[in-house]
Write a protein that binds this ligand. Structure first.
Ligand code: ADP
Length: 499
């Protein structure tokens, strides 16, 4: 079946059923070869909304074969033409923002107004951005020897394996597939078990414009479906976002194969609030930076908020008041600010951290906002946001990634102490500093060990800005022009002897 003019369907329940049970390989929606599927559950009420294909190595084989078949013709197309097609995909997606927002809200529990609809529009934005970059795939001439014309050229790697998580599945997928495709690679995506439907729908929409086999997607378990994708001999590059543990497994296999890998892993991002900071602004930054509207399920969540002792109590009071005013509820309800945790396993993990924090001497857990009432959401995976005070930077809660609506506000008395605490972490993804003093701000941007540092704001990854971590937070950069050039092409050097 070739994909023809898909009509947007804003009833997410119907749409979930329509695309249930499929992979998308070679332009066709196809079930797993075994015929097996697994349930996709709405975390707001525990009910099944559809099924996803339970793919294994055989399905991965088919998808990689389709991508490998499509790759030479795709690479032979003028780079600008590939970019134009990707930009046309962005325009197509713009007509599906509402349905994609609703579908991802249904399967992830992220509130439609504050998160899911926003994510859907960023997907189109990312494709639009990369769609304009085809002509940037330039080489250089090298003044090596007057008798030799020496130049470099950028060449695609071939078939790229893309492994994505569930927290912002469409956006993270878009930031990987768009540069890979514009650079002339073909792609096989492996979706996350918890959120396979919205990304499948995105790929189905994109397949209306892209030649068959250029973009393929399979769903399944990490070890059963993701691992064979990484290990496949025809996959020449893997780009992965997920946990540090799985990142290591992926990197190990890639290391055996000697192929390049990009890893976007966890974070424990510090937010330093100096005593001269604009406090209300910093509080707003903490609310958005901690991604309370995404239940804290973000790699860059400001989960360590370091506050100068002079403003600590005022900051905590204001932050608590702001989070208290947020409404938890049905993710599809426009009035809802905060939806649910993704899964029972994740919920148990988050609750375990909260319990362990409460047990620490001197700790106070400030629980904020109210759980939704009513029978419809009784089985929903809701966790009230918690702001901890009285914990040190050595606490488990300040060192490990919780991936839930839990942050620690930690007191400091000097700038040097704050910088030392901020950098005393296994992670180094993002960091922010809040101050009115330019010298302090600039000094901190130099000294903070992180890949993405902001002053007096905390916005999410944006198309055009290199994004990625140091230390355990990962390898490589995404979202920018350099990300496309450095991570999705090989540079070939050519010497032409003219004597
Ligand atoms: P999380 O804890 O956020 O679910 P994971 O790292 O487990 O993070 O999962 C991120 C992605 O990696 C998912 O798509 C998952 O299926 C996939 N994955 C899990 N294990 C493996 C593996 N051994 N090889 C390849 N991919 C895997």
């Amino acid at each position: 079946m070739t994909q023809q003019q898909l009509i947007a369907d804003t009833d997410p329940h119907r749409l979930a059923r329509t695309i249930s049970g499929f992979n998308l390989i070679g332009g066709e929606l196809t079930p797993a070869r075994s015929g097996r599927t697994f349930p996709v559950v709405n975390p707001a009420n525990g009910r099944e909304i559809g099924q996803a294909a339970h793919s294994d190595a055989g399905d991965v084989e088919q998808a990689v074969a389709a991508a490998a078949r499509a790759q030479p013709a795709w690479a032979a197309m003028a780079a600008r033409k590939r970019g134009t097609l990707v930009a046309e995909c962005a325009r197509l997606l713009a007509g599906h923002v509402e349905e994609l927002g609703r579908l991802v809200a249904l399967e992830t529990g992220k509130a439609l107004r504050t998160e899911s609809r926003v994510e859907a529009s960023v997907v189109a934005d990312a494709l639009q951005f990369y769609g304009g970059l085809g002509s940037e795939l330039k080489g250089e001439t090298v003044p090596f020897d007057p008798g030799m014309l020496t130049f470099t050229q950028r060449e695609p790697i071939g078939v790229v394996g893309v492994i994505i998580p569930w927290n912002a599945p469409m956006m993270l997928m878009a930031l990987k597939i768009a540069p890979a495709l514009v650079a002339g690679n073909t792609v096989v995506v492996k979706s996350a078990e918890e959120a396979p439907l919205a990304v499948l729908r995105v790929c189905q929409i994109l397949n209306q414009k892209l030649p068959p086999g250029v973009l393929n997607i399979v769903s399944g378990d990490g070890p059963v479906c993701g691992a064979p994708l990484v290990a496949h001999p025809q996959v020449g590059k893997v780009t992965f976002t997920g946990s540090v543990e799985t990142g290591r497994i992926v990197a190990r296999t890639a290391g055996e194969k000697l192929i390049p890998v990009t890893l976007e892993l966890g974070g424990k991002s510090p937010m330093i609030v100096m005593d001269d900071a604009d406090l209300p602004r910093a509080v707003t930054g903490a609310v958005s930076g901690m991604r309370f509207t995404r239940q804290g399920q973000s790699c860059t969540a400001a989960s360590r908020i370091l506050v100068h002792e002079k403003v600590h109590d005022a900051f905590v009071a204001q932050l608590k008041a702001r989070v208290d005013a947020m409404k938890m509820g049905d993710p599809l309800d426009e009035a809802t600010d905060i939806g649910t945790i993704i899964s029972r396993a994740q919920l148990d993990k988050v609750l375990g951290y909260i319990e362990s924090g409460r047990a620490e001497a001197g700790a106070t857990a400030h629980e904020c906002a109210q759980l939704p009432s009513g029978d419809a959401l009784r089985e929903g995976l809701f966790v009230r946001p918690v702001i901890f005070t009285g914990l040190g930077n050595g606490s488990r809660l300040a060192r490990e990634e919780i991936f839930g609506p839990v942050t620690c506000v930690i007191r400091f008395s000097s700038y040097e102490e704050a910088i030392a605490m901020a950098n005393d972490s296994d992670y180094g993804l993002a960091a922010t500093i809040w101050t009115r003093d330019l010298k302090t701000a600039l000094d901190a941007t130099r000294r903070l060990h992180a890949g993405f540092v902001q002053v007096n704001q905390n916005i999410v990854v944006q198309p055009g800005l290199s994004y990625g971590g140091v230390k355990q937070s990962g390898l490589g950069r995404e979202a920018s022009l350099e990300a496309m050039l450095d991570h999705f092409t090989h540079k070939k050097t050519v010497l032409l002897n003219m004597s």
